[in-house]
Design a protein around this ligand. Structure first.
Ligand SMILES: *Cc1c(COP(=O)(O)O)cnc(C)c1O
Length: 851
C-alpha cells in the first residue's frame, strides 16, 4: 500500500507568526525567554507535547492564538524574544569574527552518530550525544564555522518503562518529521538525495536540515519509498539492529554524509570524526580527492590525513567499534577497489596488530587522522597507552593522541532561576547566548551574589526536583497498578530540608550504580541519622541487551519500594533523559560519581550539577581528576591500584560512606542559630562554581579544538592542496619507506659514562647512515631523560642535532648543550623523518634508535 500524507500547519495571526520561526530553530532550547514564551501559550500542553514546540504549535487551538495575538503582555514578550533572536543571528562581533586567524576559509564538518540538542529532537542516547549537541550549540554561540552531520532515526531514543518489579522494559516512540524542527534539503525545488553503494545494493538517502542558531545540523535518512524495506530500516533505530545493520548505518553516516555535503555544494576544509562510528568518511574523501585532483591513493591520503580530526571517547574496549572482517568486506570491498588498494591493504588500516582478528573503527580513524584526542587529560594518557600498538617503538608519552577536555554548553544546563541571578550579578544583564562562559572574570564575581539569594534559588530548584519526582512516581505507580495508598505515599517522598545526593548514569557496569548499596547497615545509619539525614535520587537506563545492568536497576528499585529503612528516602526516577537530567542537576545538593578509575573518559553530568551549585562527590576520574586537589568538593580515594574489583569496591564504598558521614553532612547541616542554610556550605557552593564554570564548558572546549586542531588542519590542507604538494609529500614518504631499513646511527660521543662538571658544555657527536635519503628528509634528535624501568627512556627534552659534514658514506651530526641538573643524565639518539608540509611525522611511524 502506498500512503500519502500532507501536513496541516497552524495558521498564526501575523503579529505572533514569529512563534513558528522560533519553533523551527533549536536556538530556543538554550534561551529561557523563548521557552517561557511557549509555556505562556499553554503550560499543560507544553509539557504533554514533550517541550517540542513544533508539535506543540500544531496542538494549540486556533482560538488560543487569536487570544494571544490580542494579549499585550504576550506580544510584548514575543517581540523581545524576536529582537534577541535577530540580534543573535546578525551579530557582527562574535567571538569567531573577532578572533579568527586561519588562512583561507575554515569550515569544519562534525560527524556524530547521535546529537542531544533538545527533547524535541530525540536522536540521542547518552553522554556522546549530549556532548555533540553541546558542541554544536557552542559553535553557534561562538559563530564558529562548524556544521553537524548525523542520521535521522525513526526511533532515536529508548524510553525506559519499569514494571512492578522494577524490571526495565523499553519503548521506542516514533519520530515524526512533521513534528520536528527539520526541513528537507532541496536544490532547484527538488529534494536532494544521494546514492550510497552498499555491498551489492545501492541505497538512497535524503537530507534533513535542522537549524541550530547560527549553524546547521544535516541528518541523513534512508526511510524513502524508493528503498527496500531492509534499506529503509537502516536509519530505523539509534544503535538498533544487529552488527550488520550497524555497519550499514555507519556506511550511510560516513560515506553518505560526505556525499550529502558534496550534493549540497558544501565544501568543508576540516572533518571532525566524533567517535569511530563515522570513520568510513575518510574513504569517501580519499575517493573524491583521487578523482577530483587525479591523484593516487597515497597522494590523496596525505590530504585527508592532514585535515582530519578524531576524538575517541572511551577506554572501554567494547565501546570501540569492532567488526568482523568478512562483514567489512561485504560492504567496503567496493570502496577499496575505488581507491585502488588491495583488500589486505584496506583491512590492515583497521587492524590494531597484524594478527588482530577484528577490524576496529577507532584504529582506522587513528591511522588516517593527523589530529587525535581523548576527552580529559587522564583519558588522553589512558588512550596513549591503550593504542600504543599502533606506534611500536615510540615512547608511550609521545603517542600522538592528545587531550581536549569535554565541557557542557552552560546556557543549556543552568536553571532559569539561577540564570536570573547570574544575569543580575555576573552577566551584566546580558542574555546567555552573548555571554562567554569561558571568561574567568565573570565567575570571579560569584561572591557578589548574596548568600540568601543563592540559597533561595537553590531551594526553589530543589522543591521543583522533589515535585517532579513525586509526580513521576505517582504516575508510574498508578500505571503499574499499585493500590491507592501506595500512590498517595508517593506525594510524600523526599524532604526539601534534607541533604540530597543525586546519581544519574547509564547502568554500565563500570559506572557502579550499586556501590552505594554495598553495606546496607552503613547506608541505613547515614540515611536515618536523626540530626543529619541524607536522601538520594537515582536515575538511569541500562542498555536494552544488558541484563546485568537491568538487575542493578531492579535491585535499587526494590530497595526503594520495599525496604522500610529506605522507602521515601531513596528514590529511583524512571526514564532518565535530558529533562530528568535538568531537574536533577539543578536541584540536588551533591552529585555522586563513582566509576571505576579510569573508565569514565570524562563524564559531563557533574559539570552540569556544579554549574547549578551542587558539590561533587567523585572518584578521581575523567574531568574531576584534573580539577586537582581542592577544598570545594570531595574525592573518593586516590589514584591507587587494587588487587581485585571486590577490594576496590570495599575500600571505595567505605571511603564514600565516611565522606558523607564525617564531612559532607556536617558541612551541610552547620546552620547557626536557626539560619536556613549553612554558611560554610554556601561558600563551598560559590568556590565550586567559580572554579568549575569557566573551565568545564563547551565554549572553552570548542575554542581549544579551533586553536589546536581546526586551524592547523585547515592550514595544512591549504598547503597540501597546492599543485604538486600532495604528490611531493607522498613521494617523500615512499622514499622514506623504501630506504628506512638502511638508516642507522652509530659512534655516539660522549659515551654515557663520561663525567662532566656542572656548568660545562657537553658536545654530542654521531655518525648517521642514510642510504639514499638526504639530511633534508630526516631529523636526528638527542633525546634526554631518565632511564625507565622497561629499558626505555622517559623524555625530558629532545634537541635537534645539526648536520656538520660527511665522512665516507655517513653524515656527521653534532649539538652542544649544558645540563641543567647535576646527577645522572641519560640520553639516546634517534632518527625520524622530517617534512615541513605535514602536521606530524609520527603517523605512519618511522623511527630509528641507536641499535
Ligand atoms: C549529561 C547527560 C549524560 C552524560 O552524563 P555522564 O556524566 O557522562 O554520565 C547522559 N545522559 C543525559 C540525559 C545527560 O543529560
Amino acid at each position: 500500500m502506498k500512503i500519502h500524507s500532507f501536513n496541516v500547519q497552524p495558521n498564526l495571526p501575523e503579529n505572533i507568526k514569529f512563534l513558528e520561526e522560533l519553533a523551527n530553530d533549536m536556538w530556543f532550547t538554550w534561551n529561557w525567554q523563548a521557552i517561557l514564551l511557549f509555556v505562556q501559550v499553554d503550560p499543560k500542553l507544553w509539557t504533554s507535547a514533550k517541550r517540542n514546540p513544533k508539535w506543540f504549535l500544531g496542538c494549540v487551538p486556533q482560538k488560543r492564538f487569536e487570544e494571544l495575538s490580542k494579549d499585550e503582555k504576550f506580544v510584548h514578550d514575543l517581540n523581545q524574544v524576536k529582537e534577541a533572536y535577530y540580534n543573535y543571528k546578525n551579530n557582527q562581533h562574535t567571538w569567531y569574527k573577532e578572533h579568527r586567524h586561519e588562512n583561507g576559509n575554515l569550515l569544519t564538518a562534525y560527524f556524530s552518530m547521535e546529537y542531544g540538542i533538545g527533547e524535541g529532537l530525540p536522536i540521542y542516547s547518552g553522554g556522546l550525544g549530549m556532548l555533540a549537541g553541546d558542541h554544536m550549540k557552542s559553535a553557534s554561540d561562538l559563530d564558529m564555522p562548524i556544521i553537524g552531520v548525523g542520521l535521522f532515526y525513526k526511533q532515536g531514543y529508548v524510553q525506559q518503562v519499569l514494571n512492578r518489579e522494577g524490571w526495565q522494559n523499553e519503548e521506542y516512540p516514533d519520530n515524526d518529521w512533521a513534528h520536528m524542527p527539520v526541513e528537507r534539503v532541496t536544490k532547484d525545488g527538488k529534494e536532494i538525495t544521494v546514492d550510497i553503494p552498499l555491498g551489492n545494493e545501492t541505497v538512497k538517502a535524503c537530507i534533513w536540515r535542522v537549524p541550530v542558531g547560527r549553524t546547521s545540523l544535516y541528518l541523513l535518512d534512508t526511510n524513502l519509498q524508493e528503498n527496500t524495506p531492509a534499506q529503509r530500516a537502516i536509519t530505523e533505530k539509534l544503535y538498533g539492529g544487529d552488527r550488520e545493520n550497524r555497519i550499514r548505518q555507519e556506511v550511510v553516516l560516513g560515506i553518505g554524509g560526505v556525499k550529502a555535503l558534496s550534493a549540497m555544494g558544501i565544501r568543508p576544509t576540516v572533518y571532525h570524526i566524533n567517535e569511530g562510528h563515522s570513520a568510513f568518511l575518510l574513504f569517501q574523501r580519499i575517493i573524491d580527492i583521487m578523482k577530483e585532483k587525479n591523484l593516487s591513493f597515497a597522494q590523496a591520503r596525505e590530504i585527508v590525513w592532514a585535515t582530519s580530526v578524531f576524538t575517541t571517547h572511551t577506554p572501554v574496549i567494547a565501546g570501540n567499534e569492532h567488526f568482523d572482517p568478512a562483514l567489512v568486506r561485504k560492504y567496503m570491498d567496493f570502496y577499496a577497489r575505488e581507491m585502488g588498494i588491495s583488500w589486505d591493504e584496506f583491512l590492515a588500516l583497521g587492524k590494531e596488530k597484524a594478527d588482530s582478528a577484528t577490524y576496529c573503527m577507532t584504529v582506522v580513524a587513528l591511522r588516517l587522522s593527523a589530529f587525535c584526542n581523548g576527552v580529559a587529560k587522564l583519558h588522553g594518557k589512558v588512550s596513549r597507552e591503550m593504542w600504543h600498538n599502533l606506534w611500536p617503538g615510540l615512547p608511550v608519552s609521545e603517542v600522538p593522541i592528545t587531550s581536549i577536555t569535554n565541557g557542557i554548553h552552560s546556557a543549556s544546563w543552568i536553571s532559569h532561576e539561577l540564570n536570573e541571578l547570574y544575569r543580575k550579578y555576573l552577566f551584566n544583564n546580558n542574555q546567555r547566548g552573548e555571554v562567554d562562559p569561558s571568561d574567568e572574570k565573570i565567575w570571579a564575581k560569584i561572591s557578589d551574589i548574596p548568600d540568601a539569594e543563592l540559597w533561595n534559588v537553590h531551594t526553589i530548584r530543589k522543591n521543583k526536583l522533589i515535585d517532579m519526582v513525586r509526580g513521576r512516581l505517582k504516575r508510574q505507580l498508578t500505571r503499574q497498578g499499585f493500590d491507592v495508598m501506595s500512590v498517595k505515599k508517593a506525594s510524600k517522598v523526599l524532604r526539601p530540608d534534607t541533604l540530597t545526593i543525586g546519581f544519574a548514569r547509564r547502568f554500565a557496569t563500570y559506572k557502579r550504580a550499586t556501590l552505594l548499596f554495598k553495606d546496607l547497615n552503613r547506608l541505613d545509619k547515614i540515611v536515618n541519622n536523626p540530626q543529619r539525614p541524607v536522601q538520594f535520587v537515582f536515575a538511569g537506563k541500562a542498555h536494552p541487551a544488558d541484563t546485568a545492568g537491568k538487575e542493578f536497576i531492579k535491585m535499587i528499585v526494590g530497595l526503594t519500594q520495599n525496604d522500610p529503612r529506605f522507602k521515601g528516602k531513596i528514590v529511583f526516577v524512571e526514564d532518565y533523559n535530558m529533562n530528568t537530567a535538568r531537574y536533577m542537576v539543578q536541584g540536588v545538593d551533591v552529585w555522586l560519581n563513582n566509576p571505576i578509575r579510569p573508565m569514565e573518559a570524562s563524564g559531563t553530568s557533574g559539570m552540569k550539577a556544579a554549574l547549578n551549585g551542587a558539590l561533587a562527590l567523585s572518584i578521581l576520574d575523567g574531568w574531576w581528576d584534573e580539577v586537582g586537589p581542592c577544598d570545594f568538593g570531595w574525592s573518593i580515594g586516590g589514584a591507587e591500584n587494587y588487587k581485585s574489583d571486590a577490594e576496590r569496591d570495599t575500600v571505595e564504598s567505605e571511603a564514600m560512606y565516611n565522606l558523607i558521614e564525617q564531612d559532607i553532612a556536617p558541612a551541610y547541616y552547620a546552620k547557626e542559630n536557626g539560619s536556613e542554610y549553612s554558611l560554610p556550605w554556601l561558600s563551598l557552593m560559590k568556590e565550586s562554581i567559580k572554579h568549575i564554570a569557566p573551565v568545564f564548558n563547551t565554549n572553552r572546549m570548542v575554542k581549544e579544538y579551533y586553536e589546536r586542531f581546526y586551524v592547523p588542519a585547515n592550514n595544512y590542507g591549504l598547503i597540501l592542496n597546492e599543485p604538486g604538494k600532495a604528490e611531493a609529500v607522498a613521494a617523500w614518504r615512499r622514499r622514506i619507506a623504501e630506504n628506512w631499513y638502511r638508516v642507522s646511527v652509530t659512534d655516539i660521543t660522549p659515551q654515557p659514562e663520561t663525567a662532566i662538571l656542572m656548568g660545562d658544555k657537553v658536545h654530542f657527536k654521531a655518525r648517521v647512515v642514510l642510504g639514499a635519503l638526504t639530511p633534508e628528509e630526516i631529523q636526528v634528535e638527542l633525546y634526554l631523560g631518565q632511564r625507565g624501568t622497561l629499558g626505555d627512556i622517559v623524555k625530558e627534552d629532545a634537541i635537534d642535532m645539526t648536520c656538520t659534514g660527511k665522512d665516507g658514506d655517513a653524515y656527521l651530526y653534532e649539538v652542544s648543550m649544558s645540563p641543567l641538573n647535576s646527577g645522572r643524565q641519560d640520553y639516546a639518539l634517534r632518527i625520524l623523518p622530517f617534512n615541513n608540509d605535514i602536521p606530524n611525522v609520527l603517523t605512519p611511524l618511522f623511527i630509528r634508535w641507536e641499535e
